[in-house]
Each structure stands twice: as structure tokens, then as C-alpha cells.
Design a protein around this ligand. Structure first.
Ligand SMILES: Cc1cc2nc3c(=O)[nH]c(=O)nc-3n(C[C@H](O)[C@H](O)[C@H](O)COP(=O)(O)O)c2cc1C
Length: 202
């Protein structure tokens, strides 16, 4: 099924996963996933996406290389104008429909402590190609994705780790300002706001 998608097995891809909330609104968040034959594998910390999939095993994987869509997704700032009908993001190139079939809970030990991670295996039931955007790499987008991953872990960081993240973020900001397009700049503004909000809580 993945041949015409050009997806490699055993390679982690950053994607957007859309699940349905109890009130039928959409929850779209970034996750790193692996593909194996006709399955996708998710490793989820305790979060709303996990809760939603436990309630309803059908979910959507949206492939996108748009940095602002990833930023807005992580920060809970996607609104109706970002979606077409049926929860499809306007800035997505491929949609994969999936159905969770297996759940394994693993205790993950890292510097932030012991955390249960749920490994979900889901069967890909359908693939829809929406447009032919080229599979290219953009370093500014990569910088933003790295900042977002760290930002999603801020709640587990101590003061020292947060200060070191802020320094790293400052270096990335210089690169983004020099190289970025409007979506990169809009992402940077949202990321800066989020760092400032967290800074006030330390
Ligand atoms: C690029 C990227 C990849 C991520 N991958 C994962 C992942 O594999 N597993 C996970 O639990 N969280 C991952 N996160 C963090 C979640 O997106 C984040 O915790 C989010 O707030 C979860 O939202 P929810 O509670 O609505 O599900 C990732 C974040 C980013 C930016």
C-alpha cells in the first residue's frame, strides 16, 4: 500500500494525527510514527490522542510539510479555517485512514522519570492522495520541528533544562529569521509566545 507513497519502513516520520474528541470536534497533534507493511505504529505518552483512540480506534494521519500547520497543531491553535470538510487539513498532501488493532503499554525510563508509553499498532485502511507536493527537505522547517518537539517536553524540564532549551531556541531563531518564509516567521512568533508563557511559570 505504501509503494506509491514513497514511505520507507523502519523510518520515523513526523505526521499529524487527527482524532475525534467527545464533543465531535477534531484534535490534530504532531507525532512521530513508523510504518510496517500495512500498519502504522504510534508510541504515545498519556495524552488526549491516546484517550480518543481508546474511545474510538478510527483516526486519520495527515502528511504535511507545512511548518505553521505543525506549530498551530502542537499549540492547539488550528481553527475551522485550517480544515476543509471532514477534518481534512488544507495544508496536507496525503491522508491515511487507520484503525487501531493492538495496544501494548511499556514503561519508559528517561531523565524525566518513568512514564507509561502505549505502543499502538493500527491498520491502514485507505490512502488518499490530495496533491503532488514534492518530497523535499527544508532546513528552516526542520529547525521548527525540532523546537516543537522540545516545546512539547517543556512541562517535564527543570529550570536548568528549560534555560538550555531557551539558548538553543535563540540560535534557531537567528537561522529562521535569515532563511524563513512567512509560514516560518508566523511559526516563530507562536513559538516565542509559548516560550514566554512557560518562562513566566518557572
Ligand atoms: C514533531 C513532534 C513529534 C512528536 N511525537 C510524539 C510521539 O511520538 N509520542 C507522543 O506521545 N508525543 C509526541 N509529540 C508530543 C505531542 O504532540 C504533544 O504532547 C501533544 O500536546 C499531545 O496532544 P494531545 O494531548 O492533544 O494528544 C510530538 C511532538 C512533535 C512536535
Amino acid at each position: 500500500m505504501f509503494n506509491n507513497l514513497n514511505i520507507e519502513e523502519n523510518t520515523r516520520y513526523e505526521v499529524l494525527i487527527t482524532t475525534n474528541n467527545n464533543d465531535n470536534s477534531y484534535n490534530t497533534k504532531p507525532f512521530g510514527v513508523l510504518f510496517k507493511q500495512d500498519n502504522v505504529i504510534l508510541n504515545l505518552y498519556p495524552n488526549n490522542t491516546l484517550k480518543n483512540i481508546r474511545n474510538n480506534p478510527s483516526f486519520t494521519i495527515q502528511l504535511s510539510s507545512n511548518p505553521l500547520t505543525f506549530t498551530k497543531a502542537l499549540l492547539g491553535k488550528l481553527d475551522e479555517s485550517d480544515y476543509d470538510d471532514n477534518g481534512i487539513l488544507k495544508k496536507t498532501s496525503r491522508i491515511l485512514y487507520a484503525n487501531a488493532t493492538d495496544y501494548v503499554v511499556i514503561i519508559h525510563e528517561d531523565k524525566y522519570g518513568d512514564t507509561p508509553i502505549t505502543r499502538i499498532t493500527a491498520e491502514i485502511t485507505d490512502v488518499v492522495m490530495l496533491n503532488n507536493s514534492p518530497p523535499t527537505i527544508n532546513r528552516t522547517t526542520n529547525k521548527i520541528i525540532e523546537l516543537l518537539v522540545k516545546l512539547s517536553r517543556v512541562k517535564y524540564m527543570n529550570k536548568e533544562e528549560f534555560e538550555s532549551f531557551k539558548k538553543e531556541a535563540d540560535d534557531s531563531f537567528k537561522f529562521i529569521i535569515k532563511e524563513g518564509n512567512q509560514d516560518h516567521m508566523d511559526s516563530l512568533i507562536l513559538i516565542k509566545q509559548e516560550i514566554k508563557k512557560n518562562d513566566e511559570n518557572y
